[in-house]
Structure formats: C-alpha cells, structure tokens
Design a protein. Structure first.
Ligand SMILES: [Ca+2]
Ligand SMILES: [Ca+2]
Lengths: 309, 309
C-alpha cells in the first residue's frame, strides 16, 4: 500500500487532504465494505473556476467576453460613446465594474447571444485555442491544476462518473472541456441562456437569446445537478462559497461522502485570496468545513506542484 | 450476414424498416467507411410515449396524476365541489377535458408539486410498480414495445449512447427508466417543473414548485437535447408530430443520419391512430417522411411481436 500511495496523486503531498481522498475512494470502491457504492452511483461533481483552473485576476469567461466586445467594436461605432462598451474599449476595468450588474448583462448579451449554439461553440473554441493569461502569458488551458487532473484521473480509474458543475456558461465550457479535462460535453453543467429552435435559410439552428435560463451557482448548483444528473453526488469539489450548497447537498446524503474545498493560499505559486475576494470568495466554507467534515486543501502545503509541466 | 440478420432484431420483420436500421448502424460503425462515426458521437434519442410504450387511451403520466388526485382527495374535501377535481373524482373524463389547459395545470400542480424531488421519485416508483393499464389489465411497464427493446439493445451493443427525450416529466420517468429500458437517470430528458433548494428541519431538499421550467415537446426537444447533451444526435426515434423537430434537427446534421417514426396502424394488436388523434397525432410527419428520408415503421407489418412475452 505505501508503494501504491507514492504513485497515486503524485502532485499531492502526503498530508491529511490526500489521505482523506484516498480513504474515501478506497472505502466506496471496496466490495463488501459497508461504505461500498456501486459504480452507477459514484457521481463526483467539480466546480471549474478556481477549482480546476485559475480564476484570477478575472474569470476566463469574462476575459473572453471583453475580447469579443473588442472584436465586434468595428461593427458598433455607437459603443465608443456608450457604457459599458466605452469602458471595455478603453481598457478601463474600474469603469466596467462601475456599470454594475446591468453593464455586465449588456456585455454578456453582446458577446454571448445572437448567434447559433454551433456558431458560439466555434467562437469559444477558436478563442480558447490562442487566448493567454494576462499575467503569466500562458494559454488559459495550461493554467489548470495538475493535482486536480490527477484527481480526475484517479476517480475515473475507480469507476466515478465526473461532472463539471460551474457557474460559468455551459456552452462556453463544452467546446474544450473534453480536450483539457477529459470531461465530455454531456457531463458539463453550467449557467445557461435560453435558446430558440428556428429555421435559417431552411436549416434548423438553435439561436442563443439574451435571456437567462439557469444560474448554476450557490442554490442553483444542487438544482442543476438534480435536473441534469438526477442523482445526488457522493463527492463534490469546489473552492468558494458558491459551492457551499453543492457540498451541503452532497455530504448530507446517506452513506460515506466527500466534500472538499480548495483554499487559494499560495501567493507565490498562484494567488492568495479567500474571505474578502470579489472573485472566488471563501468565507462561510472556511468557517463550517471542520464541523461538516469537509476537507480544506491548502494549495501551498498540500500541492507539490500547481500547474502541469 | 443473412445468418446474422435473423438473430438481429428478432421481433422486426424482414422489411425496409429493419433493413434501414441495420444499414445505418453498419455504416456508422464500420471503421474506414466514409459514414463512420466515432463512439462518442453515436448519440441516439428516443421519444417515450407511443415510441417505447403505449400511450393510449391516455398518457401513463396522466393516469398517474388522476390516481394521485384520488389518493389525496381525503385531505381535500373542497375538491368534491371544485373543478377539475370534481370531475376527476367522479371519473368523468369528458368533464376533466372540458376544464382545458387550466384544469390540467391544476391537476399537475396538485399531483406533481409541493413535495421534494426525492419524495416525488418514491411516489412515482411506488405507483408504477403496481399500476395497470385500463384495458389490458397489465402493468404499464409491460406495455412496452419488444421491438424497441431489441433496438435499444442493438444500438447499445454498437456503442451508441441512448437518451430518452420525452414530453413526459423528467422526474416521473427517471425512477423506473433504468429498470424498464436500461436507460439511467442521467440519460432521461423530459419536461420539468422548477425546483427550489431549501432546508427542511436542517436537511437540504429540492422542493418541486408549481412553475414550468421546460416543455420538452416539438421545438423544445432540440432545445432540451442541446442543453442536456450538447451534441446533435445521429439517430432519432419518435411516433408523433411532437417529434418532428427532433428528427429534423437530427437528420439535417452532416454525415449519415437516421430518423424513424413509429406508425400506430395495428388496431388488432395495439391501437390504430395517426392524423386526427388527440394523443400522439402524426400528420406532418407522415406527409414529409418520404422527402426527408425518414423511415416509417408500420407496427402492423414491420413488427412480428408488439409486447414482451
Ligand atoms: Ca469556483
Ligand atoms: Ca410520443
């Protein structure tokens, strides 16, 4: 067993977090164990931003939206004098933020709707193929967490069905999640806008409308899980209070359960943030994790490596 | 090959319908063929009512709703004098129908909402375990079509991922679809009501609200497919004009595709209905199937057996 452990999850240090994961997986996969769970019920759900990849200094999907506004600006001369577009085009993030929720909704509508789902899928795939992180200069798809890739792989090898359950856009993630994480489109759950089936030049398309369908965050995560999967997960992984209800829903089911939160406490190798962060705020989760038996992963001490080589 | 064919789909007669199915599956699974489709993209979607099981003389879920109103009537003395409940309790179907869409919505709200998703799942599972068809006296779950069970099995053996895409309720079907059809909860797509995550005595539950979330019929089927699966099917199976857009969406994609409609034309062994039926109306589909290359299956001549032994 010790020989096995050194091969398992190689980017995880030999601490409590790794032990909790391995204990859980061993318990639920050991036939005859009272904790045994048949493969069909081994459902594990993962948040994406800040759990599988970096979300600082701003959500990748927001970077995509801002890039797309800049791309489309040539067709919209009126944007030069209209907020929130004026601030986006000036690179004035404080100005963008000052436009509030209404401004953000306008940015999302202009960048994410008005095309077919298939067109949007290509736009997102094309963007992610070349877009780079503003600080590291690396592709966003290489700003993923090596220990989490190993964890996904470990769970898959143990018969788990893995889902992304993210506040991010479902159709933004699906075009690349399989290549990057090995998670196919049908296992990606996220926030969505409404679509409408219509004929365009005689060909059917699903047009993306500027109307919210589902916000897959906080209480919306268990709702999305129940709608899309129809089973309660036995393991859930997140990094912020937006994952609180997903972990609560998961770990309050009967039998052995695992809830785990990534704590971004490594300012040197990534970014340190938690209770007061505008992005990925983790406050209630830190307070209640001990009493709820949730595992807190310190990126600083539990992970020997952050990003893939 | 002829020896194989007699073993394949044994309840299908040796006609054009069976040949079209076998030709399609052979083409998309033959490596090196120009029609080859990798397993991850072999998505097949099936309507449920009238395609996998009987829907006459009334939708099974409606029978469930009416039974449940009768079960709950003791707690609702006011129903004795209030439509649509008065007609339900009097067994007066014409009276129920006369209450129209508003009456039906009240029946659905009273029978399908106000409990948690897990409670509803148990209620549906308990009901389907004993409920019987009003004419045959058989369990509803034995009023399924043997040729379609063989087709599901044939597709699964050829690497297809199979989904139900039904106008019926997603949480009504999920509790029994795996046992009856071998289709797990996460592969069942249907109409849904909204749910709300809340704490009840400190335990989280998803409460079923009397608000429509998604109507998975007609244009709603491609919308649901895109939302839940994120891939366009290569094969779609239905029986009514409610499946028209699902077949249109499926067969207008690139490459080899299969669209198939079950025609209920066997009054002796099941029920004969199509263009003017209130349930399972098939009119436009019959007209346009030839030009669209969709297969029409005659239950009378293409199926040597209807129900399992
Ligand atoms: Ca997150
Ligand atoms: Ca039908």
């Amino acid at each position: 067993l010790p020989a096995m452990s050194t091969e398992l999850l190689p980017s995880w240090g030999e601490g409590e977090a790794k032990a909790a994961i391995v204990d859980f997986v061993t318990a639920v996969t050991t036939e005859g164990s009272s904790d045994y769970v048949p493969p069909a019920d081994r459902v594990a759900t993962f948040d994406n931003d800040g759990t599988l990849w970096s979300e600082q200094p701003l959500y990748v999907q927001l970077a995509f939206a801002l890039d797309r506004i800049r791309d489309l600006a040539g067709d919209h001369p009126e944007w030069r004098d209209t907020e929130p577009f004026k601030s986006v085009l000036a690179g004035d993030m404080a100005g963008v933020i000052a436009t509030g929720k209404h401004g953000l909704a306008q940015i999302l509508a202009a960048s994410h709707t008005g095309m077919s789902s298939e067109e949007f899928s290509r736009i997102a795939a094309d963007w992610i193929a070349t877009a780079r992180h503003p600080k590291s200069g690396k592709l966003y798809t290489s700003m993923i967490y090596q220990p989490m890739l190993e964890l996904l792989d470990y769970l898959r090898k143990n018969g788990f069905e893995i889902y992304i359950v993210s506040g991010g856009g479902i159709e933004f993630m699906r075009p690349w999640a399989e290549k990057v994480y090995g998670i196919p489109p049908e296992n990606v759950i996220g926030s969505s806008i409404r679509t409408r089936y219509e004929l365009r030049d005689g060909q059917p398309v699903l047009m993306r409308l500027p109307e919210i369908d589902h916000i897959d965050d906080k209480e919306g995560k268990p709702v999305g899980i129940n709608k899309f999967i129809g089973k309660r997960p036995i393991a859930a992984f997140g990094n912020s209070d937006g994952d609180f209800q997903m972990l609560e829903w998961t770990t309050s089911g009967e039998g052995r359960r695992l809830g785990l939160l990534i704590h971004h406490d490594d300012a040197e190798r990534e970014v340190a943030y938690d209770r007061t962060s505008a992005i990925g705020k983790l406050d209630r989760g830190l307070d209640e994790a001990p009493e709820r038996g949730w595992v807190i992963v310190s990126m600083k001490t539990d992970w020997t490596r952050i990003f893939p080589k």
